[in-house]
Design a protein around this ligand. Structure first.
Ligand code: SAH
Ligand code: SF4
Length: 359
């Protein structure tokens, strides 16, 4: 019996076990993936839930050092979709039985933005007879704002912690008093208090990040009892300050494998949560999302943002599907998901089992 078999059969994975699994390669890595797939099948089944992703605005007041749409990148034309355009995308999701959408944007804290999001939520529910589950991902906000959006019909919220290590967080964000790890933690707590299904996540393969940091990220998400996770590889962007640290990075393929290992281990540690196959995986490997589904993820977020805006929501380089209409993405997904013996659960909300059991 190889050591990895012993680790994989441990009931509760320790930090050392997780570091070991994240570092494994070759046959050991394949054994990890097989075990994660078994855990997935036993706990959430071989189904994939779809969330139509609408990137409704790239206006952002923040300056995260890794992100292509940071405030100081003056080369990006800024946009905000109209409520009508957003409703149109929501209708597309509804008509194609996605059952759920994610509305994502840069981070603005203003009454104008808060009211716009409220208006957009109400219009979507009116147009689709309250049939869609709606996730927001609009960054850090005051608790009152989260409550207003919940009351206007948002059910879920995604706010990645990016890294659970405050020392690393400080390396990837400017020290201007507006980028605080502590506030992000507080926001996750506030979202819980407002009764959202809460999702978080991290970037994988950031400069200076070690395997033990990623193990701590998994233990952090587990200790928070989070309902859903979206995490993916860090992909450098030439027009960002963190690009200067690119010589510290693992090669792309290794970052990709590490992201898959993170998904597999997280599935073992949190068997009943929803785990998204992030779009950044697809930026490295055209079949990246499908590979993640085969190793423990159970959610895919096809981009349904109107094509003309997609080039301007470039958080990282090689972002996929930038020139496609929403239909193109849908057709190929049916085929590629069935190739890995999963099926798409059309028409199902796909609430996280962890959430349903814990509330
Ligand atoms: N403004 C919101 C939501 C949009 S950004 C927020 O920050 O929460 C959504 C996610 O994109 C971020 O949480 C970050 O994890 C990811 N992201 C940004 N730049 C990235 C990059 N260069 N590589 C990979 N992921 C990136
Ligand atoms: Fe803005 Fe989010 Fe990008 Fe940070 S990661 S700059 S908050 S869009």
């Amino acid at each position: 019996m190889s050591d990895i078999t012993g680790v994989l059969s441990n009931k509760k994975l320790t930090r050392d076990d997780i570091v070991r699994l994240l570092g494994c390669e070759g046959d050991d890595m394949n054994m990890l993936f097989i075990r994660a797939r078994e855990v997935k099948d036993e706990n959430v089944g071989g189904v994939v839930y779809l969330r139509g992703l609408v990137e409704f605005s790239n206006m952002c007041a923040k300056n995260c050092l890794y992100c292509g749409i940071r405030l100081d990148n003056k080369l990006v034309p800024r946009y905000r979709l109209s409520v009508d355009e957003i409703v149109e995308a929501a209708r597309f999701a509804h008509d194609n039985r996605y059952a759920s959408i994610v509305l994502q944007s840069g981070e603005l804290e203003s009454e104008d933005f808060t009211a716009f999001v409220e208006k957009m939520l109400e219009a979507i529910h009116r147009a689709t007879n309250n049939s869609l589950r709606v996730t927001l991902s609009c960054g850090e906000q005051r608790k009152e704002v989260y409550q207003r959006w919940f009351d206007a019909g948002a059910h879920r919220y995604l706010l990645r912690i990016e890294t659970s290590n405050p020392r690393l967080y400080a390396l990837y964000h400017p020290a201007d008093g507006r980028h605080s790890h502590a506030r992000r933690m507080q926001c996750l707590e506030d979202l819980r208090d407002c009764d959202y299904q809460v999702g978080t996540g991290v970037m994988i393969g950031l400069p200076y990040q070690q395997l033990c940091d990623l193990a701590d990220d998994i233990l952090f998400m587990s200790s928070l009892g989070i309902d859903m996770v979206g995490m993916g590889p860090y992909v450098e962007h030439a027009l960002t300050p963190l690009y200067d640290s690119r010589h510290q990075l693992l090669p792309l393929q290794q970052r990709f494998d590490l992201a898959l290992k993170m998904i597999a281990v997280l599935r073992m540690v949190m068997p009943k949560i929803n785990i998204a196959a992030s779009t950044a995986l697809q930026a490295i490997d055209p079949m990246g999302r499908e590979k993640a589904i085969a190793k423990g993820a159970n959610v895919i977020m096809p981009n349904i943002t109107p094509g003309i805006y997609r080039n301007n929501y470039t958080l990282y380089e090689n972002k996929p599907c930038r020139d496609e209409g929403a239909d193109d993405c849908k057709n190929c997904l049916d085929v590629s998901i069935s190739l890995i013996n999963n099926t798409i659960a059309y028409g199902e909300w796909g609430d996280s089992k962890q959430y349903l059991l814990s509330r």
